[in-house]
Design a protein around this ligand. Structure first.
Ligand code: CP
Length: 305
């Protein structure tokens, strides 16, 4: 592939080979000397139109550890603020001859549109409520390292599914590799027609996570909701927040995941977020390795590689 725009473009074999490649990078990242040279001489631009802590910093580290020159475009101080369109920004950056552009944008489909206008490889770092493919890959790597497999695992994805590109990419990836996906959310936070994707739907957290191997909590994206449809935090936590009592219903060896940023006391209690079953910090570590794997895989298809 020339781009990574979504999990929907990857076969199960592509997914497994990216996870295998990432596994090797986890070991390298734990060494004192981490610098490789696969992307030496290459230029990577990180173009983030939306806020990010984990994704942007890990793409920057991933590129640098592979030897690329990495530039972070700070959209807040760019001419986008002066009304420049997405495509004009893309054409401007393209004129500087980057090899890779990593893009996050608030509109679904914007990254694909940009990919059609530039000659280099484009990686989707999250587009609206559409896809966040590297998040699903790092989640899968975390699960596989803990459980030894993905096939047959019961994964409960809980919370604001409606606004979540993380949920969408995870549903696609987990279904492709044969995991059982359960979605747990109030009916107002489930996308219409989602049951047609073959997932199981639950509107009660306790029932939805019963005997699950993986409990993945999602942030309540209140900024994407309007007026009367914004649930009260107290009520939401009571019914859909994960605390120790509810987690006891999952398998005793279940792992707890959250893509971040977390709202403690809204979708997850601090006792659980920082507890022995939480792998949330490990997800961040896997994020660097997975992004190295994606960049390296794309680099193999760059012109003159
Ligand atoms: N999980 C995730 O995408 O986090 P950031 O928004 O901090 O990048």
């Amino acid at each position: 592939h020339r781009h990574l725009l979504g999990i929907d473009q990857l076969s199960p074999a592509d997914i497994v080979s990216l996870l295998d490649l990432a596994d090797g990078f986890v070991d390298i990242n734990r060494q004192v000397e981490k610098k490789l040279s696969t992307l030496r001489g290459r230029t990577q631009i990180n173009l983030f139109f939306e806020a990010s802590t984990r994704t942007q910093s890990s793409f920057e580290l991933a590129g640098k550890r592979l030897g690329a020159d990495v530039m972070n475009m700070s959209v807040g101080s760019s001419s986008v603020k002066k009304g420049e369109t997405l495509l004009d920004t893309a054409v401007t950056l393209h004129a500087m001859h980057p090899d890779l552009i990593v893009v996050r944008h608030h509109s679904a489909g914007a990254v694909e549109l940009l990919a059609r206008k530039v000659g280099c490889s484009v990686v989707n770092a999250g587009d609206g409520a559409h896809e966040h493919p590297t998040q699903a890959l790092l989640d899968a790597l975390t699960m596989r390292r803990h459980k030894g497999r993905l096939q047959g695992l019961t994964v409960a994805i809980c919370g604001d599914i409606l606004h979540s590109r993380v949920a969408r990419s995870n549903i696609l990836l987990l279904s492709a590799v044969g995991a059982r996906v359960r979605l747990v959310a109030p009916s107002t936070l489930l996308p219409a027609g989602i049951e047609r994707t073959g997932v199981e739907i639950y509107t009660d957290l306790g029932t939805g996570i019963r005997d699950a191997d993986v409990v993945m909590m999602l942030r309540l994206q209140r900024e994407r909701m309007q007026g009367a449809l914004v649930p009260s935090v107290r009520e939401y936590f009571h019914y859909f927040g994960l605390d120790a009592a509810k987690l006891a219903l999952a398998r005793p060896d279940a792992i707890v995941m959250h893509p971040g940023p977390m709202n403690r006391g809204v979708e997850i209690d601090s006792d659980v977020a920082d507890g022995p079953q939480s792998v949330i910090r490990e997800q961040v570590e896997m994020g660097v390795a997975v992004r190295m794997a994606v960049l390296e895989a794309l680099a193999r298809n760059l012109p003159n590689a």
